[in-house]
Write a protein that binds this ligand. Structure first.
Ligand code: MN
Length: 400
């Protein structure tokens, strides 16, 4: 974490006259401090690989073939046009690795999240690597790659879970910060299991944004997207007392899951709790519970924690959720203060989406996460975090 608050652009310090600048003014100043090195390297590479432009083009940074950020409507759709790492053995050379988990066989109503990674990558082309008010330019401050997708097995959740755990364990143990593009929420169990394989005797807390508890043992006789936390919190590395659920409520919460939450004393805040106690207090609550006795925190962000009006492209939309700006503020506050070991964004279903708005929300959550991790000094990593054990543990939870 950053010790000196003045280093953190979110800290508003007074000027010589004792006046605290507003965020807009501060942002103008922050931009001037950012380097342009990454951008210049991208331009040089573009001209080398993509050839110099036709003679009539006055801007000589433009190549003939699009080879970088610009134009936003062109190019090959990796996340944020990050380099595609075909050889996954090289993933540890990057600060952050994006991986898609196109799995929707755990869905109990509207399917389509197998297209989530594609949808998120496609609309991420709309974004620049720079954020105005945070004063962050990801291209200048971290190295990002996209390792493509896990090979999931659509007719079999359990085989897919094994593939997902193996893939996530590989990325996590490499030292690259894993960001998972779901996929339905059934992947929450195998992703955390993948992390736990490399925790040794260390522990992970889980902060779970959702309208639904997802804590029942089975649904429709299988481990579906309503079940990840029952199984994840059976692992000794992921205690139930460190599971925090934010935004739960409405008419889609199964009573069997509620019973499990009660039995395991899981920490739940409804949308009303969050808005009445205030976003900062809710973030404090989440951090306190998730970090109590643990070594790192996994963020599981179900896009349906946001009000259904903003995220139509999801499996079980539920009105009355968080506003986007509330969810982003809450997330940002948590990321500023907790040691984060990875992020998954799940339940984006492009076939039900309108104008890519749900995929865009997922993109926003991911980009904000990377920015806050830079601001809090968690990225880039100077060395592998101590909670990553070099040796993989055997299968942690048998399915009986
Ligand atoms: Mn949900």
């Amino acid at each position: 974490m950053t010790e000196n608050p003045a280093e953190n652009p979110l800290f508003q310090s007074p000027d010589q006259n004792g006046k605290v600048p507003n965020q807009g003014q501060r942002a103008l100043e922050l931009e001037s401090r950012l380097p342009l090195t990454g951008w210049q390297q991208e331009v040089s590479k573009g001209l080398e690989y993509g050839l110099e432009a036709a003679d009539s083009i006055r801007d000589r940074t433009i190549p003939t073939f699009s080879r970088g950020e610009l134009p936003h409507y062109a190019g090959i759709n990796t996340f944020l046009k990050a380099p595609y790492v075909e050889d996954v053995r090289k993933v540890g050379e990057y600060d952050v690795a994006i991986v898609g988990v196109p799995h929707d066989s755990g869905t109990t109503y509207r399917p389509g999240t197998r297209f989530g990674p594609q949808g998120i990558r496609r609309i991420s082309a709309l974004y620049t690597p720079y954020n105005f008010e945070l004063g962050i330019d990801l291209r200048e401050q971290i190295t990002l790659c996209d390792v493509g997708d896990i090979f999931t097995i659509p007719a079999n959740n359990e085989k897919s879970f094994d593939q997902i755990s193996k893939g996530v364990a590989h990325i996590f143990s490499s030292g690259a910060f894993p960001i998972i593009l779901g996929g339905d929420h059934s992947i929450g169990f195998p992703t955390v299991r993948g992390i736990c394989r490399h925790l040794g005797d260390k522990k992970v807390g889980i902060i779970h944004f959702d309208r639904h508890v997802d804590t029942q043992e089975t649904d429709l006789d299988e481990r579906m997207h309503t079940c990840p936390w029952f199984h994840a919190t059976n692992m000794k590395n992921a205690p139930a007392k460190n599971l925090v659920q934010l935004g739960i409520g409405g008419w889609q919460v199964p009573r069997q899951g509620v019973k499990v939450c009660r039995e395991r004393a899981i920490n739940i805040l409804t949308v009303t709790d969050i808005t009445e106690m205030g976003l900062d207090a809710a973030a404090e609550f989440a951090i306190e519970r998730a970090t109590d006795g643990t070594d790192c925190v996994w963020i599981s962000f179900d896009i349906d924690c946001i009000d259904a009006g903003f995220v139509p492209g999801t499996g079980w939309p539920e009105p009355g959720g968080l506003l986007p700006r509330e969810a982003l503020h809450l997330l940002g506050k948590i990321l500023q203060r907790a040691p984060i070991c990875g992020l998954e964004v799940v339940e984006v279903s492009p076939p039900y989406d309108i104008s890519d708005i749900t995929s865009l929300m997922a993109t926003r959550v991911i980009c904000d996460t990377m920015a806050h991790l830079v601001l809090s000094g968690q990225l880039p990593r100077k060395q592998k975090p101590a909670y990553i054990h070099p040796e993989s543990q055997p299968e942690l939870v048998a399915w009986t």
